[in-house]
Design a protein around this ligand. Structure first.
Ligand code: UDP
Length: 369
């Protein structure tokens, strides 16, 4: 019997499980209600040899030396630097909106004028969230801000969240700022890449420690949790408390997979369709590890609200009333001295993979060091 129970085998659960098993030399039980490990980072090679990200594209990127060094114990990465194209007014151009986008979508003379205005107002290489950018007084910059808002943010955000950019926390659209640069990459982090054998393999290696016992298809409700000294819960905190204060809302994403009998479907791994169609973007998976096949697999991404039992939780919805409901649950959790909540669902935070890992590393240090 182990002293530690970890609920959920995504990056958060696997990281804390590995640390307890390896650094404390303690026995750990990891449970997951799914029939596979790795949570929403789960990937697998399909019959064409293409690595598929079952729950949507996962691109690893971090500026944290600590997180990078931790993960390097389990995998090497390719040197993939993610770029995103957006289908805007009939052309494929760069997202985030940058100087290259500016020259793609406007006639050269207008682009030049806007470029000069931008550089008189903002520093080269600065990033400006769209909701900040819209506050400009200058008519030309106002015109540009409205263009970017309408063509990139408004409809995409409405599809993705069921809310306008004003209705979600500004931090959400600030993830994709207007970038005063010619850098077409989606992220500027020092370290970026895709694990060479996929994310599932990374987590499999973490969980293969001799002190870890893994139980799939196991619901927390079916485990006698009183037998454990400490519990690390990476599921949603409202579910832990049987929704007694109400349900924390989430967005869910659904993927429509399609296989094509040709080497490539589109010109880039990810193309966004802010203003067209009812999906938000199309992922083409073979780009990530440069998989070779005569066929290609794509996924069209649709967003919908989360309904328990119907679909999966993908994104917490950053809005003040949701954070205050989360805080009320957290207050209740404070009285449980032996249960810790972490991860995108446990913390109800829009973490990227590196931030989920960092949170687990820091929680381990806080409790045990
Ligand atoms: N966004 C947008 N248009 C785009 C790309 C992003 O409006 O073409 C907004 C949208 O609200 C989205 C947010 O920026 O939810 C964050 O985008 P990101 O690509 O970081 O989302 P993720 O990959 O985590 O789904």
């Amino acid at each position: 019997m182990s002293n530690y129970l970890i609920v959920g085998s995504g990056f958060s659960g696997a990281t804390i499980a590995y640390l307890i098993a390896s650094q404390l030399n303690e026995k750990v039980t990891v449970i997951d209600k799914k029939d596979h490990i790795a949570g929403n980072s789960y990937d697998y090679r399909d019959k064409n040899g293409i690595m598929i990200h079952k729950y949507g594209s996962h691109i690893f990127h971090t500026s944290s030396e600590k997180v990078w060094n931790f993960l390097k114990q389990f995998t090497d990465f390719n040197t993939y630097m993610h770029k995103v194209l957006g289908y805007i007014d009939g052309i494929e151009t760069h997202i985030p909106f940058n100087f290259n986008t500016l020259y793609d979508v406007f006639p050269k003379t207008l682009a030049k004028k806007l470029e000069e205005k931008l550089l008189s107002k903002f520093e080269f290489d600065s990033k400006v969230p769209i909701l900040e950018f819209q506050k400009q007084e200058d008519d030309d910059l106002k015109f540009l801000a409205n263009y970017v808002y309408e063509k990139i943010f408004l409809h995409y955000t409405t599809k993705q969240w069921g809310l306008t950019p004003q209705e979600v926390d500004g931090a959400v659209t600030a993830r994709v700022p207007v970038y005063l640069s010619k850098d077409n990459r989606y992220f500027q982090d020092k370290y970026q890449g895709i694990p060479l054998e996929g994310y599932t393999k990374v987590i499999e290696k973490m969980l293969s420690h001799k002190n870890i016992e893994l139980r799939l298809k196991t619901d927390y409700k079916d485990v006698d949790s009183s037998k454990f000294d400490k519990i690390f819960y990476t599921g949603s905190i409202d579910e832990y408390f049987d929704y007694e204060l109400g349900q924390l809302p989430y967005r869910s994403v659904r993927f429509k997979f399609e296989t094509y009998n040709k080497p490539y479907y589109q010109s880039n791994a990810c193309i966004n369709y802010p203003c067209n169609y009812d999906f938000t973007r199309i992922h083409e998976y073979k780009y990530y590890l440069d998989d070779r096949s005569d066929k290609t697999v794509i996924a069209k991404e649709y967003s919908e609200s989360f309904k328990p039992g119907k679909n999966e939780r993908s994104y917490p919805i950053p809005r003040p009333e949701n954070s205050s409901l989360y805080d009320k649950y957290l207050d209740k959790a404070q009285s449980l001295k032996h249960v810790y909540f972490l991860g995108r669902l446990g913390d109800y935070r829009y973490y990227d993979m590196d931030k989920a890992i960092l949170r687990a590393l820091e929680l381990f240090e806080k409790i045990f060091q």
